[in-house]
Design a protein. Structure first.
Length: 110
């Protein structure tokens, strides 16, 4: 059975929160030097984008604060460009893009 849209939103929220916690104060060089951390963070970003891609356009329109197209495009870039991942972009995505996603999804799921 496929997850509901609310479950998909919860998956996005959980992955974004976990990425923020895992990243902590790590720099791009720290991430690049820790393969397990790098793979974990990339996977969590991918999860956010994959779950986002299964949320309907009407539900997306109800939730301001999530850059839906960017989340999905980032997932696609990581999946298809796995051989050329820039850790500074991974860090930037989590630090800058994920806090607004967390706030928007927390409000939407109340």
């Amino acid at each position: 059975m496929q997850p509901s849209e609310d479950e998909r939103l919860q998956h996005m929220l959980d992955a974004a929160r976990e990425a923020i916690v895992l990243l902590g104060e790590a720099s791009p060089d720290d991430v690049g030097g820790d393969r397990k951390l790098a793979l974990s963070l990339v996977k969590l970003i991918e999860l956010v984008g994959e779950a986002a891609s299964h949320v309907s356009a009407s539900r997306r329109a109800e939730i301001a604060g999530v850059a839906w197209a960017k989340a999905i495009a980032t997932r696609n870039r990581l999946i298809h460009g796995y051989h050329d991942i820039d850790h500074s972009i991974v860090v930037q995505t989590i630090r800058e893009d994920f806090p607004p996603i967390v706030a928007a999804l927390q409000a939407a799921l109340r």
